[in-house]
Design a protein around this ligand. Structure first.
Ligand code: UDP
Ligand code: MG
Length: 328
């Protein structure tokens, strides 16, 4: 149970989930009202074409806890979650899928863990149902990679059922398909993260919106995560160092190509001077491009930070005398 008086927002992205919505709403409402805490349920209709939106309108008309955000077309799950977060007002956010694979009955346990002093509590679908063995295996591998790259011990980043303190979203980007890596980005910003085992069911109605290709996309997102973790504030080093190395190689190869025919009069050694010359020229070209790109990347990074007044750090609290101010 959440001890302090606080308000909760449940954010649920909905894309063609007509068959799930009535039961979902009933289950979420039952759990939320049983906790005696001020709450709202924000449904984000992500351009559904199956009549989900009119049903959500009906729910909003009959239940004052319901807010519906209707997007103009299908923008994808991450964008839908971003819209839900932007239109919610609770201090604590609960993110949940609409297909009843996650069980709303787990919400109080996640909230209780959050109250132990965490910024984010992530659901762990230890026993996944209805997702197929290949999908589970790929997801397990991806989770291993992500937790290594982000440096967090989390088993199941892909589980949407998570609870967050609102401050987390001030430091976490929500672009593309980043919802799967939300916890990893939060960890990079310094969020305190815990994990709680949750129940997982097969989809109640309808079909998953994703295929196996999603895992490949996660791998691409990981590349950005790695970049974000290691080079976000110093991209010049990523491209500049290989550029310098190639320059050194090129500078060594070029004179070698000239002296090789003179040093060794044997035709077999002399014939190496062509490939060495080519290699040297290639290295020089590569280094020129890398160094130019590294300067561009550095300028982009500075524009990114300075134009949006972004800081390369996150302050958790400020202490002055006996006063302590929690910033997130
Ligand atoms: N979803 C969405 N926009 C999309 C795809 C999915 O809002 O473009 C919602 C969907 O309605 C569901 C959640 O995102 O509430 C998770 O989708 P799904 O169950 O298909 O994903 P899976 O559980 O297979 O990973
Ligand atoms: Mg699902």
């Amino acid at each position: 149970m959440v001890k302090q008086a606080t308000s909760l927002s449940v954010v649920i992205p909905v894309y063609n989930e007509l068959g799930n919505l009535s039961l979902l709403h009933q289950r979420v409402s039952d759990v939320m009202s049983s906790m005696n805490i001020e709450y709202e349920i924000v449904y984000v209709d992500d351009g559904s074409t199956d009549g989900s939106f009119p049903l959500l309108e009906q729910l909003a008309a009959t239940d004052l806890h319901v807010k519906v955000v209707g997007l103009s077309r299908n923008f994808g799950q991450t964008a839908a979650l971003a819209a839900g977060v932007a239109h919610s007002s609770g201090e604590i956010l609960i993110l949940l899928d609409a297909d009843l694979q996650n069980d709303p009955a787990d919400i109080p346990r996640l909230l209780a863990r959050l109250e132990e002093g965490y910024d984010l509590v992530s659901g762990w679908r230890r026993r996944r149902r209805g997702d197929g063995w290949l999908r589970c295996l790929l997801s397990r591998l991806a989770n291993l990679l992500v937790s290594r790259i982000a440096g967090i011990a989390i088993h199941d980043l892909g589980c949407t059922l998570k609870v967050y303190r609102r401050a987390v979203f001030a430091h976490v980007p929500l672009y593309g398909e980043m919802h799967r890596l939300l916890a990893a980005y939060a960890a990079l910003a310094g969020a305190r993260i815990a994990e709680v085992e949750v129940t997982h069911h097969p989809r109640y109605a309808g079909r998953s919106h994703y295929g196996l290709s999603r895992t490949l996309k996660v791998l691409l997102d990981l590349l950005i995560l790695k970049f974000y973790r290691s080079f976000a504030t110093r991209p010049q080093q990523l491209l500049g160092l290989p550029g310098l190395l190639a320059l050194a190689l090129g500078m060594a190869f070029l004179p070698l190509a000239l002296v090789l025919p003179l040093l060794a009069r044997r035709p077999r050694v002399g014939s190496w001077s062509g490939p060495v010359l080519l290699g040297g020229a290639g290295c020089c070209c590569f280094s020129l491009l890398s160094l130019q790109l590294s300067v561009l990347a550095e300028m982009l990074m500075r524009t990114y930070h300075e134009s949006q007044n972004k800081r390369p750090y996150v302050v958790r609290c400020l202490v002055s005398g006996a006063e302590r101010c929690e910033c997130w």
